[in-house]
Ligand binder design. Structure first.
Ligand code: BGC
Length: 711
């Protein structure tokens, strides 16, 4: 299957910079009244949907703009990052951070393609699935919706998802632009950031996705350097449009992501979602009458909306998509495959895993032993036909003679007895929507008259708790259970459930095996069973760092009114401070072993316009088929300025049979090694010696190394 369009927003432009869509858009706009223009600038309202939901218990998509007579397609929006949001029967894929752990861009494209089929099947053409806010701190409530602490991995996976989604004429929306990395105070928080950290750390993945041709960008709720993102001229005009050349449209985030019509128009905010709170006809008329804005500004706001809709209506697949695609067999199979490829094996002492298939008894304990979930209950919530827990899976998986035992955390006597009796104890421990997720509970919605105040929500009754995590270790009840069962049984396997890093120090040495399973989607239990029993060889790699001590992370205060983001977080921070980590970014075990050798650099003396070509040999040295993620970092130790010790700049996931070996080739552009010179407001490539570091995780010990020079 060939998936992918070149940048669809640029593809039609001829050498004079004019294209048929521009001509058509101009022709349509020349006939439009002001009322019709303003109609394009907002969603058609969530209130109607709330009423229809109360009557029918069905959530309909939010629509925006559209005019049949004029030939403007209507926009039809669906969430979200782990499948089609809030619509019964959709496929629930593993959450975004889980999919990042697959490090598999082709797989992510296929997820995008499947999501777009389900979106089209429901009549949608606009999908808010591409959430790429960087994981600055693991406590971020929406960590599960985004990929990683690393901008490069995030950018590659985000482009893959967009490419898959846009193949079926669905306009992908990348969100939340920008620096939306804390949840509880998402409406009121101001993020202060210096120019270099903004450009070099927090924006490159957005830039890559924008330049790959994403149709739309959603602004964030928070302020950046004192201005709300939805009204932020530096972000939306100077960077997004002027510097990156974005040709699509920006929509606001949904609970009053726009506070002031004039400011929004000056910042080129195209669409206010989901209803016209600021972009009301009367308001726009008044602003025009008072010469505060011009009709040219309105025209330049609606031009990209109409043109983008026309481009997407014409591009890609015109296949009809039947409703049978929703949660169909193929998509569910894909959800299973993704879960199998994303679960990360963190510890496997004395090869306690994989388990033997003729166990007589298995105990499944921990607070999540029987808990069915696919993640939080905010806007990214998916309502699949079913959810398979590990316990459900084992009932089908093991012979009927195998006893599957469970006990609640509170029932200490039963816990003791089943864990002493069982041959293996599996602890399912971690979080639920109550601990982390989008913060949508009573009293936490934004008040339109005062953004820092919270009002009572009027919307669809999606009342999760969520918000930022209070801490990043397990709940005490799970810690107690792990310690108790580890004192009774030697074969204890801890399966961690959560959207990002969970620290393990209280109990780690007492158990032989640990996995990070994320929120692994509707088929997660089946995937985990296959991994535990060795039918699938684990190949996930952490998309984040797990620290030893949470205090070594950047400061995180969920309710802070103002936070300063710096240059370092994640593995770049630990590289600088040399504080110990328990598991490095990029780390994950397999049931087989791999060996890297023969690192070669084609040309060690490069000019700025050359390409760095690197090859390395990888061999499966164990006796099982398995997949490894080969990771290429560039080392900046010779830099004259303060910069990260190393940064990920390429990766490749490859499956190998026992004893099979292959050569992997990488290409890196010197422009990808540039730093942002804030004094000159631009990118600069240092003329120094760099290091190529190739390994299977970001920690220094196992790298193949070679130097090269840019002159
Ligand atoms: C979230 C967005 C989401 C939108 C629509 C907002 O509150 O921040 O991510 O796409 O709601 O559901």
């Amino acid at each position: 299957m060939v998936i992918g369009l070149a940048n669809p927003l640029l593809a039609q432009v001829n050498t004079n910079g004019v294209d048929s869509f521009t001509i058509k858009t101009n022709a349509i706009m020349s006939q439009m009244t002001l009322q019709q223009k303003v109609n394009e600038m907002s969603g058609n309202g969530i209130e109607k949907l709330a009423i229809s939901y109360l009557l029918t218990k069905r959530i309909n998509p939010v629509k925006f703009g559209g005019n049949k007579k004029l030939g403007i397609p209507e926009g039809v929006f669906f969430d979200g990052p782990r499948g089609i949001g809030s619509y019964k029967g959709a496929t629930a894929f593993p959450v975004t951070s889980a999919r990042a752990a697959s490090w598999d861009v082709d797989l992510e494209k296929r997820v995008g393609l499947a999501m777009s089929e389900e979106c089209r099947a429901l009549g949608g053409n606009y999908l808010g699935a591409v959430c790429v806010n960087l994981l600055r701190h693991p406590a971020n409530g929406r960590a599960q919706e985004a990929y990683s602490e690393d901008s490069f991995l995030t950018g590659e996976m985000g482009v893959a998802l967009v490419t898959g989604i846009q193949t079926n004429n669905v306009q992908a929306c990348v969100k939340h632009f920008a620096l939306n990395s804390m949840e509880n105070n998402r409406f009121g928080g101001n993020i202060k950031i210096d120019e270099r950290s903004l450009h070099e750390v927090y924006l490159p993945h957005f830039k890559k996705i924008v330049q790959s041709g994403v149709a739309s960008v959603m602004s964030a709720y928070n302020k950046v350097n004192g201005e709300y993102c939805g009204e932020n001229q530096n972000l939306l005009v100077d960077i997004l449009r002027k510097e990156w050349g974005f040709k699509g449209y920006v929509s606001s985030d949904w609970q009053y992501g726009l506070m002031d019509a004039e400011k929004g128009i000056n910042a080129q905010m195209n669409i206010e979602m989901p209803s016209a709170n600021c972009y009301k006809y009367k308001t726009i008329q008044q602003l025009l009458g008072a010469n505060k804005i011009t009709i040219n500004q309105i025209d330049s706001l609606i031009f990209p909306i109409i043109r983008t809709k026309l481009v997407f209506e014409a591009a890609g697949s015109h296949q009809k998509f039947s409703k049978d695609l929703l949660g169909c067999k193929e998509h569910i199979q894909l959800a299973l495959e993704v879960a199998e490829k994303s679960i990360v094996l963190l510890k496997n002492e004395s090869n306690v895993l994989p388990l033997s298939k003729d166990l007589k008894s298995i105990a499944i304990v921990g607070s999540l032993a029987e808990y069915k979930q696919t993640g939080d209950r905010g806007s990214s919530r998916v309502l699949p036909k079913y959810i398979v827990t590990l316990k459900d899976a084992l009932k089908n998986y093991c012979p009927s003679s195998t006893k599957i035992l469970t006990a609640k955390n509170s029932d200490t006597d039963k816990l003791k007895s089943i864990c002493s009796e069982a041959e293996v104890v599996i602890v399912m421990a971690g979080y639920t929507y109550k601990d982390e997720g989008e913060y949508i509970s009573m009293g936490t919605m934004r008040d339109s008259t005062n953004p820092d105040k919270k009002s009572i929500p009027t919307s669809l009754g999606l009342f999760g708790l969520g918000g930022d995590r209070k801490y990043i270790h397990l709940h005490q009840t799970d810690i107690d259970v792990i310690k108790l069962v580890a004192s009774l049984n030697k074969k204890v396997i801890v399966c961690l459930v959560g959207g990002s890093a969970i620290t393990v120090e209280e109990w780690y040495v007492q158990v032989p095996a640990v996995l990070h399973t994320f929120y692994s989607g509707m088929e997660g239990g089946n995937a985990l069973a296959k991994i535990l029993f060795g039918d699938v060889n684990p190949s996930g790699k952490l998309p984040f760092t797990v620290p030893v001590d949470a205090d070594d992370l950047p400061e995180f205060n969920s309710f802070a009114k103002e936070v300063t983001y710096g240059y370092y977080h994640g593995y770049t921070l630990f590289g600088k401070t040399q504080k110990p980590v328990r598991f490095s970014f990029g780390y994950g075990l397999s049931y087989t072993t791999f060996q890297l050798s023969d690192l070669k650099i084609e040309n060690k003396n490069l000019s700025e316009n050359d390409t760095l070509h690197v090859s390395v040999k990888i061999k499966n040295t164990g006796n099982r088929t398995g997949a490894e993620v080969v990771q290429l970092y560039i080392g900046f130790e010779n830099s004259k300025i303060d910069r990260a010790k190393k940064l990920l700049r390429a990766f490749s996931k490859i499956e190998l049979l026992p004893n099979e070996e292959r050569i992997i080739n990488f290409a890196v552009l010197p422009s990808d090694l540039a730093y942002y010179n804030a004094e000159k407001h631009g990118w600069e490539i240092e003329k120094i010696n760099y290091k190529v570091l190739v390994g299977n995780q970001s920690s220094d010990s196992n790298f193949q190394k070679k130097e090269f020079e840019i002159r």
